[in-house]
Design a binder for this molecule. Structure first.
Ligand SMILES: Cc1cc2nc3c(=O)[nH]c(=O)nc-3n(C[C@H](O)[C@H](O)[C@H](O)COP(=O)(O)OP(=O)(O)OC[C@H]3O[C@@H](n4cnc5c(N)ncnc54)[C@H](O)[C@@H]3O)c2cc1C
Length: 413
């Protein structure tokens, strides 16, 4: 019976780098993947361009992972965004920084990232086993037995579980690792969607499907809590709202819906102006266009597609002449421009979320090594671990950093 030093399960960002690191440290490593190729999810990232990491400081990385940030400090220090940029640079793949520190390959192709990872795997002599789906793990006294569906067992002294989350199942990440971890005695924090479009009670959103609101701010309110976004973009869909601002806060909102039920969402369509400044601007505009119809004057304030609905909600006729608008009506317009209301009642399912929130409980993993505190010799890396960040390349960096640390620790521990 052949026993590998280390078996890594899952050839996504986390598993690939874990295997490369361990193999470079002269261990005999096998990488087990259920698909016929590596990194299927990587190919989807950043709309096919792969927002691979962020140029932010380690402190910022820790901050964007919220209460899970501290757990990741050792991993981000062991293999930082700078290390990742060098890792690809050495193999000739230059990376570039875009707005908000988002880092992409200069080729604008996620496939370039895969090519470099494949080269590294080959050069590092990692044994790659495709079309192998892990069904379970049995701990023996000094090794692990890995049950592979319809195939022979594989044995290894250490195992790194990097099977990803439970969304976009088409990429192979169907949540197998969570059940396997549970059977080994681990606690799995309930899975919820994050980075996911939200549903609204208002069915009129359908009429606005595809309309993008730029340079706006969104504010969620529930209980006595208030969550305010940065200034950015939101998009209407046939069921609700999406776009960067919504996706980034969706994880928190999904949890809040569980606790509070429906959540109020207010869109500040003019975040750069206070109500007083808006009032001045409106008065100026109204004075200049006394005989114009309201619907035409609103064009300088709102995207065309939003105007009929906006006026409907404000209970105003677009045909009305500006000189007929009374003060109360002007106030109603200002109020609506600063707080256009929607009611959030749910989200799309986990399958359609970009990231899985929840996963293997961090309290049961040693943050310095990624080793299980329950099963010595078992390690976790990537999205299978509880916690996630918003968009910007932070989640892929988490996978690379925890993968690297797990690969190294499995060699030295
Ligand atoms: C559409 C989309 C866009 C995204 N864009 C970005 C972005 O631009 N930037 C960013 O930072 N993050 C992005 N993310 C999130 C990012 O892709 C993940 O955080 C990251 O891929 C997680 O890496 P991982 O290695 O942990 O898991 P995965 O990449 O999911 O890899 C897990 C691997 O394990 C394999 N596997 C699963 N079960 C088994 C089993 N039983 N046996 C064998 N193999 C198994 C799977 O086939 C898969 O190859 C995006 C996600 C999506 C869905």
């Amino acid at each position: 019976m052949y026993i590998y030093d280390i078996a890594v399960v899952g050839a996504g960002a986390a598993g690939v780098i874990a295997a490369i690191r361990a193999s470079r440290l002269k261990k005999n490593v096998v990488l087990i993947e259920r698909n016929e190729s590596i990194g299927k999810k990587i190919l989807l990232t950043g709309k096919g361009r792969c927002n691979i990491t962020n140029a932010a400081s380690i402190d910022r990385f820790i901050e964007v992972f919220g209460r899970h940030g501290k757990f990741l400090r050792s991993a981000f220090s062991a293999f930082s965004n700078r290390d990742l940029i060098d890792f690809f640079g050495v193999r000739g793949l230059e990376l570039k920084v875009e707005r908000q520190g988002r880092v992409f390959p200069v080729t604008d192709k996620a496939s370039s990232v895969i090519e470099v990872l494949k080269e590294y795997l080959l050069e590092s002599k990692v044994e790659l086993l495709y079309n192998m789906r892990l069904a379970g793990i049995k701990k023996k006294s000094d090794s692990f037995g890995l049950d592979i569906r319809n195939k022979d067992k594989i044995y290894a002294r250490k195992v790194i579980l990097a099977t990803g989350g439970a969304s976009y199942k088409i990429t192979g990440s169907s949540g197998d690792g969570y059940n396997i971890a549970k059977r080994l005695g681990h606690t799995v924090i309930p899975l919820r969607p994050a980075m996911v479009p939200l549903k609204t009670r208002e069915s009129w959103v359908k009429q606005l499907q595809g309309l993008s609101l730029k340079n706006i701010r969104i504010i969620f309110k529930y209980g006595n809590k208030k969550i305010t976004s940065t200034v950015g973009e939101m998009i209407f869909t046939h069921f609700g709202v999406s776009g960067p601002l919504v996706l980034d806060l969706s994880g928190k909102i999904v949890s809040a819906i569980d606790e509070y039920g429906d959540i109020l969402l207010f869109v500040d369509l003019k975040p750069g102006l206070t109500p007083e400044q808006l009032q001045k601007r409106l008065l100026r505009e109204f004075r200049l266009k006394q005989n114009a119809q309201l619907k035409n004057v609103m064009r300088s304030l709102l995207p065309h597609g939003l105007i009929p609905l906006f006026l409907d909600i404000a209970d105003l006729s677009g045909e009305k002449k500006i000189n007929q608008i009374i003060r109360k009506e002007r106030y109603a317009i200002i109020k609506l421009l600063k707080a256009f209301p929607l009611t959030i009642c749910g989200s799309l399912p986990l399958e359609e979320a970009m990231v899985t929130n929840g996963g293997v409980w961090t309290k049961e993993i040693n943050p310095r090594t990624m080793e299980s505190r329950i099963v010595p010799g078992l390690y976790f890396a990537g999205e299978i671990i509880d916690g996630c960040a918003w968009s910007g390349g932070y989640n892929l960096q988490q996978a690379f950093s925890t993968g690297y640390l797990a690969g190294e620790s499995a060699v030295y521990a």
